[in-house]
Design a protein around this ligand. Structure first.
Ligand code: MLT
Length: 264
């Protein structure tokens, strides 16, 4: 683990390998450790970089709204810190996908390709916003534990939950390293995020969309809609996976990313 010191916080990150840079942006309420299988497998193909977003994992917890734009700017600062001038591939999962849209809007010149995993371009529905507010209240009153237990039940497939206790435990331990500030900041930031659907047709780089077949948190129709709207895009449905296909079906995921990199 390394740190980038910014004015307001210290950002932890892992990096390995050389070649085309791939920046992995984790989901909520996770951190860079969710990308361990990708860092291990893909460092022979690329320069893999996985930060902890502010307040997550080993990065400094700070209060405030973690808007998708702010989190995208943090990621761009990390590229500057690493002195990366080459165009990068950005791979975001779920909230990491929301941040990827913000990044692609703000810094299109930085991108060579986009990998959108288990994510959606649509904003929160009114019901989703109410759920976020309820979660924020639970987190303020009871801390992060109940949030994490309810997320574990939602992000993993029934097969994983029943048959892969070690993976369930790994995901739990990763989530437990999220600060209360980050849970609150993420929820508010996601709730306020803009509709990225009108932007999809402007995405000019090759885009790979990966979606777990059993994802109930973000239904497959969302991935299909993104694929239909992004000009140079392809969709791969990942079998035996729900909301965390990079962990639940890591070999298939890595193979798809490796293949995508070769086409760039
Ligand atoms: C995530 O996995 O990042 C979140 O579940 C996304 C969301 O809550 O919209």
């Amino acid at each position: 683990m390394k740190f980038a010191e910014f004015e307001t916080f210290k950002m932890a990150y892992d990096e390995a390998g050389s070649g085309i840079p791939i920046l992995f942006i984790h989901g909520y309420p996770l951190n860079r450790l969710m990308w361990q299988p990708q860092i291990e497998a893909l460092q022979t193909d690329a320069h893999v970089i996985a930060p902890d977003l502010r307040g997550h994992g080993d990065s400094t917890p700070i209060e405030g709204v973690y808007s998708m734009d702010l989190l995208a700017e943090d990621c761009e600062k990390l590229l500057d810190h690493l002195n990366i001038q080459q165009k990068i591939v950005l791979c975001g999962l779920s909230m990491g996908g929301y941040i990827s849209f913000a990044f692609a809007r703000k810094f299109p010149e930085r991108l060579a390709g986009l990998i959108l995993t288990a994510t959606r371009a649509a904003p929160d529905s009114e019901e989703a916003k109410l759920n976020r507010q309820r979660s924020m209240q639970v987190a303020r009153e009871q801390g992060i534990e109940p949030i994490i237990e309810s997320m574990i039940a939602k992000v993993l497939s029934p097969f994983t939950l029943k048959n892969r206790p070690e993976l369930v435990q790994t995901v739990r331990q990763i989530m437990q390293r999220t600060s209360l500030q980050a849970i609150l900041g993420d929820l508010q930031g996601m709730m306020e995020r803009i509709d990225s659907r009108p932007f999809l047709k402007q995405i000019a780089v090759p885009t790979l969309i990966l979606h777990g077949k059993d994802d109930t948190l973000i239904p497959i129709e969302e991935a299909q809609a993104m694929q239909a709207a992004i000009p140079n895009s392809q969709l791969l449905i990942v079998e035996n996976a729900a909301h965390l296909p990079n962990l639940e079906a890591s070999e298939r995921f890595n193979q798809a990313v490796r293949h995508f990199l070769k086409t760039l």
